[in-house]
Design a protein around this ligand. Structure first.
Ligand code: FAD
Ligand code: 2HG
Ligand code: ZN
Length: 442
């Protein structure tokens, strides 16, 4: 299906409304064969193509910079097979994550990843960004859960690595080249994903703490007390919590505190899980690590509490402009950058500085807002944050990728040898650089 004129505007603008391209053509193929023919045609004529899934990416990877053709996988949303014995789901890459979750849950399974954007993001976009999310702590990254995939490279070749076997050590593991390469090496068309069994028992605790050291102490106790039933450990600071409350018009059910943690258990035996979680809550409370807390055991309260965490991203946008950074840091210095940045920005017209994220994975979401975009604010943040991340041995992109937003920082964080190998791989798979040009590789 071909879209033109005003229909194309939404495909040109990213979710954060920070990046805007000027493409006049959106193609929405339905099959691998369509994609193969499109890419062959574009490759022969040196026409640049931007792959797009749900367009929820946060680094400007899914929108053109200029007039590149947008190739949306939106209509490639067929579930091909679900094997109830193995839990392997095979589907086209344009399936929306939430639809896949609903589908596999009918068979007693769940998707191994969960993101706040689940209502719009596509599984192909998830794989192409190697998305993390709140369950990575339990089920690992998509490099592990993706058993196989099919992708089309720039010249239209269909690369069939769509095995649904858990073990396949025959030759190079080419699927990994497509996982996290943000549409620069090929277009993912089909995937097979290993889904875990859905838990019959889920509990969620929301705790408030008075300092970040206590968050880390709770994390250590949580890991040792809950072991295999731990399925999420998320943290948010007070600014993030207030932002969500305002967005949802909903009060956090516990006493206000500088930091909050959400601890989720998923298992197969209610009594066992509640006994373990009860033991943990007893331990953190008797050690004076929390100021208040609440426990949710029914689905409705669990989802209300999760909304407080999942709505921060949308809530921050209400201020006007959001400077969004996603970094990995050692836990020993995890929150220091938030405090440091408040000081560095104090003369500038910012509205909020906040931190939240997947603390157990060392992944901080560092966000600043202002009414309108101010170059002095972004300049100060980038100078201080990237220096801080480098000296702590962290990563400038934990889970959101590089896209166009972080492309020019690649030379600061990757060695010339690593960049040269990346460029060589790119030139073998896409010699005319038609796939997502100006992204990822500097
Ligand atoms: P898009 O945004 O359309 O594309 C992302 C990149 O992948 C682009 O470079 C694009 O060219 C490429 N691409 C898309 N589809 C294909 C394909 N089929 N083949 C090849 N390349 C392709 N991310 C996390 O990691 N963890 C989170 O917890 C998380 N939470 C979020 C919450 C909110 C509210 C929002 C708005 C975003 C969040 N994200 C999160 C970021 C985003 O949702 C993820 O990066 C997601 O995986 C992108 O999927 P998408 O289908 O929207 O991809
Ligand atoms: C999350 O974990 C997402 O909620 C988005 O990765 C993070 O908005 C952000 O900074
Ligand atoms: Zn995240």
């Amino acid at each position: 299906m071909l879209l033109q004129n005003e229909d194309v505007i939404n495909y040109n603008v990213d979710w954060l409304r920070r990046f805007r391209g000027n493409s006049r053509l959106v193609l929405r193929p339905k099959t691998t064969e369509h994609i193969s023919k499109i890419l062959k045609y574009c490759n022969e004529r040196r026409l640049a193509v931007v792959p797009q899934g749900g367009n929820t990416g946060l680094v400007g990877g899914s929108v053109p910079l200029f007039d590149e053709i947008i190739l949306s996988t939106q209509l490639m949303n067929e579930i091909i097979n679900f094997d109830c014995n193995s839990g392997v789901l095979t589907c086209q890459s344009g399936c929306v994550l939430e639809n896949l979750s609903a589908n596999v849950s009918e068979h007693g399974y769940m998707m191994p990843l969960d993101l706040g954007s689940k209502g719009s993001c596509n599984i192909g976009g998830n794989i192409s960004t190697n998305a993390g999310g709140i369950r990575l702590i339990r089920f690992g990254s998509l490099h592990g859960s993706t058993l196989g995939l099919e992708a089309v490279t720039a010249d239209g070749s269909v690369i069939d690595c769509l095995t649904s076997m858990r073990k396949d050590n025959v030759g190079y593991h080419l699927k990994h080249l497509f996982i996290g390469s943000e549409g620069t090496l090929g277009i993912v068309t089909k995937v097979s994903i290993l889904c875990p069994k859905a838990p019959s028992s889920v509990n969620l605790a929301l705790l408030g703490c008075s300092n970040f050291d206590d968050v880390l102490k709770i994390l250590a106790l949580t890991k040792s007390n809950l072991g295999e039933i731990l399925s999420a450990f998320e943290f948010l600071d007070a600014v993030s919590m207030r932002c969500s409350e305002r967005y949802l018009s909903q009060k956090c059910p516990i006493q206000s505190a500088p930091f909050y943690v959400l601890i989720e258990t998923s298992g197969s035996n209610d009594d066992h899980d509640q006994e373990k979680l009860g033991g943990l809550l007893e331990a953190v409370s008797s050690s004076g690590l929390i100021v208040d807390g609440t426990l949710a055991t029914d689905l409705s309260k669990i989802s209300t509490l999760w909304k407080l965490r999942e709505s921060i991203t949308l809530g921050l946008l209400e201020d006007g402009f959001c400077y969004k950074y996603d970094v990995s840091l050692p836990l020993s210095s995890f929150y220091d950058i938030v405090t440091l940045m408040e000081d560095k920005l104090k003369e500038l017209p910012y509205l909020k500085v906040c931190g939240y994220g997947h603390v157990a994975d060392g992944n901080l979401h560092f966000n600043v807002t202002s009414r309108i975009y101010d170059e002095r604010i972004s300049g100060t943040i980038e100078k201080e944050l990237y220096k801080f991340v480098a000296s702590a041995g962290g990563s400038i992109s934990a889970e959101h990728g590089v896209g166009q937003f972080k492309r020019d920082h690649m030379t600061d964080v990757k060695s010339p040898e690593v960049l040269s190998l990346m460029r060589n791989i790119k030139s073998i798979m896409d010699p005319h650089c038609i796939l997502n040009p100006y992204k990822v590789i500097p």
